[in-house]
Ligand binder design. Structure first.
Ligand code: SAH
Ligand code: SF4
Length: 329
């Protein structure tokens, strides 16, 4: 969009790089901060390009101060949430790619909303830029970006991939590819397209079940039309070709998918694969019947005994409903 602007007004090319630097790197707070530009040019910019396409609504900070959830509204009036998680020297931004989500996984708060709106790439970037500007005031910066907020990235592939290109483009945000993770519930066809784009970012698969039958119950919409067998076919091909380890997310739901048997079956499923299992403690959702598991440590032990690398994701921001899957405006 900056390039089009420069072209439209017949400006010299260096204006584009000036815009990139000021907007993505120096993190100006409005077009008026572009003080090296004439007033006339700034007014044109204001007219043509919205500084942000999201309207800030409110901020919620967790008791320990480490998690900050920000509510935004789109021009169409739909609400979205983004979260900043501070952990040691990391500042991770969890972005939404939709308002709501059409996938309806039975344990997920966002899934209960249905889809309101797909976000465009600028709206995805706006969330990151918002936190980048905030952090800059404290001489800090965003260190990691995860697509784990509202929505299913593979069902908004065009905008998600455009946003990743802008984030990692050296001329623009210049963010390290290795510090960007996209989480998906596993839509095979767009996932294949996404992997073929070779964007270099990390991929996390929301597995949540060691077999097709249980996955059909927990994630019916995606699971029934995207079988585990087909999903592993493309993941194995990718992982072998790139020699890349794939992260499998597994949210532990009491009495649903957290038994010793489930752990053994999961270990069996992943034993010959380059895999990392990220166990997620369930964040309970008011209107849903699911409970946190009491078996997290045992589950991890069973996986590790069978040679599967495993981590437990710390749950952050639960008190402000800013943790994974609790995002429902
Ligand atoms: N739609 C994508 C990304 C957003 S959800 C996906 O499903 O992967 C990010 C992660 O949070 C997913 O692994 C999701 O299954 C998990 N999640 C959903 N609801 C949760 C909850 N209430 N507690 C903990 N994790 C949850
Ligand atoms: Fe959508 Fe992911 Fe929630 Fe499933 S877990 S409903 S795909 S946001």
């Amino acid at each position: 969009m900056f390039k089009q602007f420069v072209k439209k007004y017949n400006l010299p090319k260096y204006r584009t790089s000036q815009l990139y630097t000021q907007y993505y790197r120096n993190l100006i707070g409005s077009w008026d901060d572009l003080t090296t530009w004439s007033k006339d040019l700034r007014e044109k910019l204001k007219k043509d390009i919205p500084f942000s396409k999201l309207i800030y609504i409110s901020t919620n900070i967790s008791k320990d101060g480490n998690t900050q959830k920000v509510l935004f509204k789109t021009v169409k009036g739909n609400l979205i949430e983004s979260v900043l998680i501070k952990e040691k020297d990391r500042n991770t931004v969890c972005v939404s790619c939709m308002s709501g989500c059409p996938v309806g996984c039975i344990f997920c708060a966002t899934g209960q909303m249905g889809l309101n709106e797909l976000l465009d790439s600028q709206q995805i970037l706006d969330q990151i830029l918002y936190f980048s500007r905030e952090l800059k005031l404290k001489n800090e910066r965003v260190t990691n970006i995860v697509y784990m907020g509202m929505g299913e990235p593979m069902l908004n592939l065009k905008n998600v991939s455009l946003s990743i290109k802008d984030i990692t483009d050296k001329e623009k945000m210049g963010f390290s590819k290795r510090r960007v993770t996209v989480s998906t519930s596993g839509y095979i066809q767009p996932l294949r397209q996404f992997l073929n784009m070779n964007l270099g970012v990390k991929i996390a698969i929301s597995l949540h079940a060691p077999n097709q039958k249980l996955r059909d119950i927990l994630m019916p919409t995606v699971s029934k039309s995207n079988s585990l067998k087909d999903l592993f076919n493309i993941l194995d091909e990718y992982s072998n070709r790139k020699n890349k380890r794939i992260t499998y997310e597994y949210v532990l739901l009491r009495g649903m998918n957290d038994s010793v048997e489930n752990a053994k079956e999961l270990a069996n499923l992943l034993k010959d694969r380059l895999a990392l299992v990220n166990l997620i403690n369930y964040n309970e959702v008011d209107c849903l019947p699911f409970k946190k598991s009491k078996n997290t440590i045992l589950f991890k032990k069973i996986l590790e005994e069978r040679g599967i690398t495993c981590t437990i994701r710390k749950s952050l921001g639960e008190d402000i409903k800013g943790a994974c899957g609790q995002l429902a405006s």
